[in-house]
Design a protein around this ligand. Structure first.
Ligand code: PGA
Length: 252
């Protein structure tokens, strides 16, 4: 099955409204003819402005977190319905920074992933091992746990709608990109985990690589058989670099 490549830029906590609009204005003309799907994952405060700026361009806008409940006494949280009200297209869930710095658990993700899908949001579910886990031979165990828990309450027929980003934590923001072999092994393993639930859906599932993706290493990663795109952090803050990564996506 051919899967449309998907390049998503994770801006993290970067960008005032003015800076976000500036970045989008620089980006749109550079990706107008791109044959792949593109998203920008934007801080909450700039979501509305970016949604307005990209309207009609085909570029999707994602939030970087949400709460699973529709509403309630959850100070500081934002629901899927609230994101939907802004016309946001999707949400990144379980990024390693949220897991490591803010105590995001697999149990919480078990509720967040189906809640986002039910609310009509697209989902990028992030998984990945630490450097210690890789060195101790625990990469597969870690990925199995994260993928199985994150997808546990997703009905089989919707599994292929969840984009999974494999992001080795040791590669995020470090410049230490995974080798093509390391990336392909993990991406194929993640697809096999989805196939354990449903083989057909696993063929639909788009699996992205993330971690120090740059213009000069993107083509090699994006050509891997099980790589359906990239989740790009630092390089997504530079319109030219991000557009170059988009250009490196193979036409499928
Ligand atoms: P990086 O971040 O590209 O800056 O390594 C990737 C991510 O955190 O999604």
């Amino acid at each position: 099955m051919s899967r449309t490549p998907f390049i998503a830029g994770n801006w993290k906590m970067h960008g005032t409204i003015a800076e976000a609009e500036q970045l989008v204005q620089a980006l749109l003309p550079r990706v107008a003819a791109a044959p792949c799907d593109i998203a920008v994952c934007v801080p909450f405060t700039a979501l509305q402005a970016v949604v307005d700026s990209v309207r009609g361009s085909g570029v999707a806008v994602y939030a970087q977190n949400m709460h699973h409940a529709e509403k309630g006494a959850f100070t500081g949280e934002v629901s899927a319905a609230m994101l939907g009200e802004l016309d946001v297209d999707g949400v990144v869930l379980g990024h390693s920074e949220r897991r490591q710095l803010f105590g995001e658990t697999d149990k919480a993700l078990q509720l967040k992933v189906p809640a986002a899908l039910d609310a009509g949001l697209e989902v990028i579910l992030c998984v990945g091992e630490t450097e210690d886990e890789r060195e101790n031979g625990d990469t597969e165990r870690r990925l199995r746990h994260q993928v199985q828990e994150g997808l546990e309450k997703v009905p089989a027929e919707r599994l292929g709608d969840v984009v999974i980003a494999y992001e080795p934590i040791w590669a995020i923001g470090t410049g230490n990109v995974a080798t093509p072999e390391q990336a392909q092994d993990a991406l194929a393993f993640v697809r096999a985990l989805v196939a354990d639930r449903d083989k057909e859906q696993a063929e639909r599932t788009r699996i992205l690589y993330g971690g120090s993706v740059k213009a000069d290493n993107a083509a090699e990663l994006l050509a891997l058989p099980d790589c359906d795109g990239a989740l790009v952090g630092g390089a997504s803050l530079d319109a030219e670099q991000f557009a170059a990564i988009v250009d490196a996506a193979p036409q499928r």
